[in-house]
Design a protein around this ligand. Structure first.
Ligand SMILES: Nc1nc(Cl)c2cnn(Cc3ccc(Br)cc3F)c2n1
Length: 507
């Protein structure tokens, strides 16, 4: 893959021409009952962010192009139709129309009719059930994308919608579909239709803003910067970076990582770690995480600002600062999570309580911990430098996590000096455990301001004689952390200050 495709020269390029011309008989169709119910609800829903229709249409167009790209890769597309894969959007402030056109796989006449029906059928039952729970007014935000009814959202802003489409299947006729979203729609053949789909939304009086280029530009830039295909608005390219998290890690250069990191983290330094994570079970996840080079100041640590990952669903952005995808103590991590299992219109409230997000958090948290554990093995020096700069977050992680397994997974990353390490050298709890004498059940530690004071401490004397290793903790908070941790790998964490009394009692 080439470097990030930031356009140097601003070429004008559009595929939107008004060549389409309906012809021949027009079939009138009644919407199926469910579809009609659905349209009424969506069209009448008064919820706030009507701009969701733009995201939905871009998402549909992007899917149509991805599917075509896949078919092209499989060699199933006739050579002649090798047009480029792109999305074009045009606004007309005079006609008050919003137009989006893609060069994707397009729809056949049956798909036109079936798709509308199936989306409604599959979507509407679940949609309507869900609706009873949701406050009706809020029907849009959380449910539109979830039930694949994206296309219908055009009827929130449009009083008439025209669709011109031609399927990639050989000898497919151009088609025209039109409806005002009330009860019926019409289908006829049409000339001058390019392969793919073009949707012309004739905007309602209170939605004329969506005929303004700068309004649309803002929305597209905010939500679709990483859709994997070029998006043009009135002939100008508007999306820039490619979705690095979808790119094969082997094809991503350090420079591309730096540029992408700076873009998403709104930072000027470079990443000291980057970490690509892709899985399809138990969830579909494409994630790309970064740890900043520069050490967070105490001020940074306390702030929540610009923390939070950017959340995508199939390259379409859902949330800019999703700050509870990872646990709070991992807020130093920057990056992107893309999961097609996340509904396009995830709301902040859904983000809080959804079981899907909880699962996502668990999978990602464990994977991040494993990444750091691997890095500690692979590049110990680099890890110790990272630990010196970011170790406080790990301490916070232990005292703020309830699940003991996860606490121990974080504790695995801690490093301490010990009576058996040379001055300055630090060991892990696993190192300590691996050289405990047989029968020993405790991991001992001693809090002291310095190595010298630890080694000359009366508490330590008895352990030196018995040649039992003791971790030396020079920071007061480490003593609190180990006391809070209490257990590690089925061993008890014990301060040797308490042990001394036991001895006295025993003697
Ligand atoms: N851009 C695009 N490309 C393709 Cl291939 C499809 C397939 N379904 N949809 C959604 C949709 C659009 C119009 C109408 Br009428 C019905 C409908 F379901 C698509 N949109």
């Amino acid at each position: 893959e080439s470097e990030t495709t930031v356009q140097e020269t601003e070429e004008y390029h559009t595929i939107i021409k008004n060549t389409e011309q309906g012809k021949g008989p027009t079939d009138k169709h009644e919407f199926q009952a469910e579809t009609r119910k659905l349209l009424d609800i969506v069209a009448k829903s008064l919820y706030s962010d009507k701009e969701v229709f733009i995201r939905e249409l871009i998402s549909n167009a992007s899917d149509a192009l991805e599917r075509l790209r896949y078919l092209q890769l499989k060699g199933e597309i006739a050579g002649d139709e090798k047009t480029t894969l792109e999305i074009h959007i045009a606004t007309d402030d005079v006609k008050k129309t919003f137009t989006i056109q893609d060069t994707g796989i397009g729809l056949t006449r049956n798909e036109l009719i079936d798709n509308l029906g199936t989306i409604a059928k599959s979507g509407s039952k679940a949609f309507l059930e869900h609706l009873k729970e949701e406050s009706a007014g809020d029907v849009g935000r959380t449910l539109i994308g979830q039930f694949g009814v994206g296309f219908y959202s055009t009827f929130m802003v449009g009083d008439t919608v025209e669709v011109y489409t031609r399927s990639y299947h050989a000898n497919s006729p151009g088609l025209k579909w039109t409806s005002d979203g009330s009860g019926t729609y019409e289908v006829s053949e049409a000339d001058g239709v390019q392969r793919g789909t073009k949707i012309v939304v004739h905007l309602k009086g209170d939605c004329y803003d969506f005929a303004k280029e700068d309004v649309i530009s803002g929305v597209v830039k905010r939500y679709s910067n990483f859709v994997g295909v070029p998006i043009y608005l009135n002939g100008h390219r508007v999306n820039i970076l490619q979705a690095l998290w979808m790119t094969d890690p082997r094809d991503v250069t350090e420079t591309m990582h730096e540029e992408f990191y700076r873009f998403i983290a709104n930072a000027y330094d470079k990443p000291r770690y980057h970490f690509h994570y892709k899985t399809d079970a138990p969830l579909n996840i494409r994630a790309l995480f970064y740890v900043p080079e520069y050490k967070p100041t105490l001020f940074d640590m306390s702030r929540e600002t610009d923390s939070g990952l950017t959340l995508y669903s199939r390259r379409v952005m859902i949330m800019a600062k999703a700050n509870n995808i990872l646990p709070k103590w991992m807020r130093f991590i920057r990056g992107v999570v893309d999961s097609e299992d996340i509904p396009l219109n995830l709301s902040r409230e859904l983000l809080q309580e959804s079981a899907l997000i909880r699962k996502l958090r668990e999978v990602l948290t464990n994977r991040v911990l494993r990444f750091f554990a691997d890095q500690a093995k692979k590049e110990p020096e680099k890890y110790m430098s990272f630990y010196d700069d970011y170790g406080l977050f790990f301490r916070e992680g232990i005292v703020t996590t309830a699940d003991q397994n996860q606490r121990e997974a974080v504790a695995k990353l801690l490093r301490f000096e010990s009576s058996k390490s040379s001055s300055g050298e630090r060991i892990s709890l696993d190192d300590y455990a691996s050289r405990m004498k047989a029968g020993e059940r405790n991991i001992y530690f001693l809090a002291a301001p310095s190595r010298h004071l630890a080694e000359t401490s009366p508490y330590y004397e008895a352990f030196r004689k018995r040649d039992i290793e003791v971790l030396f903790l020079y920071e007061a908070y480490d003593e609190l952390v180990l006391m809070n941790l209490a257990q590690y790998d089925r061993k008890n964490l014990r301060s040797i200050e308490n042990e001394l009394h036991d001895d006295k009692e025993n003697t």
